[in-house]
Design a protein around this ligand. Structure first.
Ligand SMILES: [Zn+2]
Length: 281
């Protein structure tokens, strides 16, 4: 069991948003124990939960009560890895900044601000039964883990030979997150960018914040940051998606060609039947 945490002091993270292309500023502030993760946009605010996920196309969108924020998952993956339970995030745009398209800078900025332990035990959600969501040959599944870990084993499969089929498995903890997952960037296909841009999406996308995949090759001049960067990023997304539970997870997650949509369905399915999990707090 570990205690809840928040940041020591208020600080700013700013940069270009991936989809709108606008410069956005996020003000991160501490909150008292038991407050949860609160997103504030203008005068409106919502507490992060599985119910506040209102969109899962391409990225995870949270909303309700006059708030709507896209692409929260990379930031949230760092929040989970650091075990932060209470946080106020005020954002002056529709998305957090893309930064480098991974989670590493969010993690570094949160750590740099200093984290403080609070006098309350962080909730743990223990998966008690196998829960699965399938769509065609794609699936996401979570089952009990007897070693008290949140273990993720993901496989992705693309026809494009720059990606192909790749798998990666990891126990989610801060050290593994920092060393194996946090630096993995989001990716997109060059052939899709014109279409996305015509739809008003990906306006801020560039070689600085996306791995751009052409016909069977990575087009970024620096290439990849690590082997299997694509599937590692998918794992970063899974961690971010599970952050809506605002608890440490004990379970074995497995996926083939998973997505934000399937992850969100899985989380809602877990919560829909109380015999699927137990809660320790
Ligand atoms: Zn992502």
């Amino acid at each position: 069991m570990r205690n809840e945490k928040t940041v020591l002091k208020e600080f700013l993270i700013s940069g270009v948003a991936l989809h709108t292309g606008k410069n956005v500023e996020m003000k991160i502030s501490p909150l008292p124990k038991g407050s949860g993760i609160i997103f504030k946009q203008g005068e409106n605010s919502i507490e992060l939960s599985a119910q506040t996920v209102i969109g899962t196309e391409m990225a995870t969108t949270i909303g309700g009560n006059g708030v709507k924020i896209h692409t929260v998952e990379h930031f949230l993956s760092a929040v989970y890895a650091l075990g932060i339970s209470n946080l106020l995030i005020e954002i002056d745009g529709e998305e957090p900044p893309a930064l480098d398209g991974s989670g590493i800078q969010f993690c570094q900025e949160l750590e740099k601000s200093g984290l403080v332990e609070q006098e309350k035990t962080r909730q743990i959600i223990i998966i008690e039964k196998t829960v699965r969501v399938q769509s065609g040959n794609r699936f996401v599944e979570i089952s009990p883990n007897s070693e008290n870990r949140f273990h993720i084993n993901s496989t992705i499969s693309f026809e494009n030979s720059a990606i192909g089929e790749q798998s990666f498995a990891v126990d989610v903890n801060l050290e593994n997150y920092r060393e194996k997952i946090a630096k993995a960037r989001t990716f997109g296909f060059l052939k899709d960018f014109d279409y996305l841009k015509s739809k008003g999406l990906a306006q801020g996308a560039s070689y600085d914040n996306v791995i751009v995949v052409g016909d069977d090759e990575v087009l970024n001049s620096g290439g990849l940051r690590c082997e299997n960067e694509f599937v590692r990023h998918k794992i970063l997304d899974v961690i971010g998606d599970f952050t809506v539970l605002n608890a440490d997870i004990i379970g074995n997650y497995k996926s083939f060609a998973g997505s934000h949509n399937l992850n969100n369905q899985l989380i809602k399915k877990i919560l829909s039947d109380k015999s699927n999990y137990s809660v320790k707090s």
